[in-house]
Ligand binder design. Structure first.
Ligand code: BGC
Ligand code: CA
Length: 255
C-alpha cells in the first residue's frame, strides 16, 4: 500500500503506491480474463454439448429412417411377389375361363343340334307310326283296334306290339280319348280285388271318369274290366272281361 511521503516534490506518490495500483489493475484484468475464459469454456462446452446432442439425434433419425427404408423395401418386395403370383393366378384363371367358355359354347351347340335331331326323329317316327295307324298325343302313340277281343286278348295284342292297354292319367288324355268313335277296352281292372281298380302298370286308380252310377259290376254281374263307352267326359263303364270289344293300345316313347 502506497504512502505519501514528503519529499522535495511534496505530493509525488512513492513507487510503492504506483505498484499497488498496477497490481490491482493486473488482478482485475486477470479476474476478467479468468471470467472470460470461464465464459468461453462454458460456451464451448455448451456448443460441444449441443453439437453432440444434435449429432446423436441426427444419428437416431438416420437410424430410424434407415430402418423404415429397409422395412418399406421388404414390404415392397413382398408386395411385388404377391402381385406377380396374383398376376400368374389371374392369367391361369383367365385361361380356364376361356377354355370353359369354349367348352360351354360347344356343349350348347351340341344340345341345340341334339334338340333339332330329336324333333326330326320324332317327326320321322310319327310319320312311320301314323302310316301304321298310330296317333301321337303328348309323348305317346295310340292305336285303336279294328277287331274285337276280350279284355285279356286285347291286352295281349297291345303287349305284342310293344305297348299296353291305355292308362289314362290326365284330364287332357281323357279328353283326347273322346275323339275315338266306338266303345274301347282300357287298361283298368279290379280283377285282383273287387272294388280296387288298378291300371295295367300296377298303379292304383286315383282320378276317374266313370259314368254316373258306374262301376256297378259288384251288384249282379262280375264286371272287372273297364271300357270307354261313349264320347262324354265321364265315359267309363265296367263290364264282363270276356266280352268282346274294340280296344286302344298306348305306347309311351321317351322322345
Ligand atoms: C249297364 C252297365 C253294364 C252294361 C253291360 C249297361 O246297360 O248300364 O252298367 O256294364 O250294361 O253290358
Ligand atoms: Ca257296368
Amino acid at each position: 500500500m502506497g504512502t505519501v511521503e514528503q519529499t522535495h516534490d511534496k505530493y509525488r506518490l512513492v513507487p510503492s503506491v504506483a505498484e499497488d495500483v498496477k497490481k490491482s489493475s493486473c488482478r482485475a484484468a486477470a479476474v476478467c480474463l479468468g471470467v472470460l475464459c470461464l465464459l468461453l469454456l462454458t460456451g464451448l462446452l455448451t456448443l460441444v454439448g449441443l453439437f453432440t446432442k444434435g449429432n446423436s439425434e441426427w444419428e437416431m433419425k438416420m437410424f430410424l429412417l434407415h430402418n423404415s427404408f429397409n422395412n418399406l423395401t421388404q414390404e415392397r418386395d413382398q408386395l411385388q411377389t404377391s402381385y406377380n403370383n396374383l398376376t400368374q393366378e389371374r392369367d391361369q384363371l383367365q385361361t380356364s375361363y376361356n377354355n370353359l367358355t369354349q367348352e360351354r359354347d360347344q356343349f350348347q351347340k351340341r344340345v341345340e343340334d341334339m334338340a333339332k335331331e330329336r324333333i326330326d326323329l320324332r317327326k320321322k317316327l310319327q310319320d312311320q307310326y301314323n302310316k301304321r295307324g298310330w296317333v301321337y298325343f303328348s309323348g305317346s302313340f295310340y292305336h285303336v283296334s279294328s277287331t274285337k277281343k276280350s279284355w285279356q286278348g286285347s291286352r295281349d295284342d297291345c303287349v305284342q306290339k310293344g305297348a299296353d292297354l291305355v292308362i289314362i292319367n290326365s284330364r287332357e288324355e281323357q279328353e283326347f280319348m273322346r275323339r275315338f268313335p266306338k266303345p274301347l277296352w282300357i287298361g283298368l281292372t279290379d280283377g285282383e280285388r273287387e272294388g280296387r281298380w288298378k291300371w295295367v302298370d300296377g298303379t292304383l286308380l286315383t282320378q276317374s271318369y266313370w259314368i254316373l252310377s258306374e262301376p256297378n259290376g259288384h251288384m249282379w254281374r262280375d264286371e272287372d274290366c273297364a271300357e270307354i263307352s261313349n264320347h262324354l267326359l265321364n265315359s267309363w263303364n265296367d263290364d264282363l272281361c270276356n266280352s268282346e270289344k274294340f280296344w286302344i293300345c298306348e305306347m309311351t316313347l321317351l322322345l
